[in-house]
Ligand binder design. Structure first.
Ligand SMILES: CC(C)(COP(=O)(O)OP(=O)(O)OC[C@H]1O[C@@H](n2cnc3c(N)ncnc32)[C@H](O)[C@@H]1OP(=O)(O)O)[C@@H](O)C(=O)NCCC(=O)NCCS
Length: 176
């Protein structure tokens, strides 16, 4: 399948909204079916330089772009947390399990490792989201613990797993 990855841009709000409300996606990303396009457009318009967001895009025969995946990394603004970032990712239901998520994660982690030199990238994932957990482990994330009853999903309070990927660049953890 042909697709490419680029940073988000103005006008992507509609495609992102479609993904964020899509059955097969929204249940696992803390999305909500009532999310509005204008919310997504405003979110894009207000992104600051601590948030890095990529989309995976396929083109139809007419050359029209379709957003098939989104992934973002938010570097924490607090001075004492700025070596850390939170990560989120989603792929269109019809394009899952075809390598799109892997390419999006590769793009974000290249940024994290080589251009931001982050030490810690963290995320949360529902404990039964086996595909996502597999993907994260493939890219070096490790399980850190479970937050019990942390998020609502389909009429229940469910547990989420905290995962993180550490990279220390050879820096030791001593205080002086
Ligand atoms: C999770 C998600 C982002 C992964 O993206 P994707 O494009 O489907 O992932 P890829 O095709 O790149 O890779 C999927 C991997 O999981 C594996 N996999 C698929 N189903 C699996 C399952 N039930 N259990 C374990 N591994 C599974 C595949 O074999 C593949 O691994 P491999 O590369 O080692 O062969 C995507 O499926 C998605 O958006 N799901 C809904 C939203 C979501 O869960 N987002 C994450 C919230 S934390």
């Amino acid at each position: 399948m042909d697709f490419f990855i680029r940073p988000v841009q103005a006008g992507d709000g509609k495609g992102i909204n479609e993904l964020r409300r899509m059955p097969g996606v929204f249940e696992n990303i803390l999305g909500i079916p009532s999310e509005r396009i204008d919310y997504n457009e405003k979110y894009l318009a207000n992104l600051d330089q601590n948030t890095h967001e990529f989309v995976a895009v396929s083109k139809n025969e007419a050359g029209e772009e379709k957003i098939i995946g989104v992934a973002g990394l938010t570097v924490y603004a607090n001075h004492r947390l700025r070596h850390s970032a939170g990560l989120g990712i989603m792929v269109h239901k019809d394009y899952q399990n075809q390598g799109v998520g892997s390419e999006l994660l590769k793009a974000l982690l290249d940024l994290a490792d080589n251009w931001l030199m982050l030490v810690r990238v963290e995320l949360t994932v529902f404990t039964d989201n086996e595909r996502a957990i597999h993907l994260y482990e493939k890219f070096g994330f490790e399980k850190e613990g479970v937050k019990r009853l942390a998020a609502i999903r389909n009429g229940k309070y469910d547990d989420v797993l905290m995962m993180a990927r550490l990279k220390t660049y050879g820096i030791s953890n001593t205080a002086n």
